[in-house]
Design a protein around this ligand. Sequence first.
Ligand SMILES: N[C@@H](CCC(=O)N[C@@H](CS)C(=O)NCC(=O)O)C(=O)O
Length: 205
Amino acid sequence: MIQLYTWVTPNGKKVSIMLEELGIPYEVHAVNLGQGDQFKPEYLAINPNNKIPAIIDPDGPGGKPFTLFESGAILLYLAEKSAKLWPSDMRERYTVIQWLMFQMGGVGPMFGQANYFYRLKEKVHYAIERFHKEARRLYNVLDQELARKEYLAGEYSIADIATYPWVWRHEIHQVKLEEYPNVKRWYETISQRPAVKRGMEIPKQ
Ligand SMILES: N[C@@H](CCC(=O)N[C@@H](CS)C(=O)NCC(=O)O)C(=O)O
């Protein structure tokens, strides 16, 4: 069974949503970031970058166990291995990868910084303004794209799975979805998916 190392944060929820969408059985290991579990030697042996998520697939390539960290790499691996949510057409596949990279390089880091500075007790106004502005710019890009398409890459894909849990945090980075009606429609549609509902509950606390 796939072993999933995760916590209650957006990057972890991407992988539990994906495993639920694929219907792959998995065992959850809660890595309590607040208590510093990510720095324990046994976890660093799985992810030397001391972050969640990570997986161990006992039936990896060549039938041997495979350890993988970085949520984008895990989504790509699970999609390719299962041949689901993984377009066979090269143009479609790279459109999915493009929006996945947009999430990994933009949405995740920028929304993450905005969340951090909004929650910090000592308010650093320059940082709040910078990351809030960048988050809003990214919401605008998403909104324009979703005005033309139901999902980021056309069909529902790992790009949506990667982006959804970050938009789920919109209240923390103080963005009103009403200002981005296409993102709101997309967010509400994805929220209705049974696999997404189940994946968002992981890890159970
Ligand atoms: N690029 C990484 C980012 C992972 C990441 O930032 N994880 C956060 C939680 S969402 C974490 O584990 N932070 C713990 C720490 O930095 O000590 C990925 O997508 O997997």
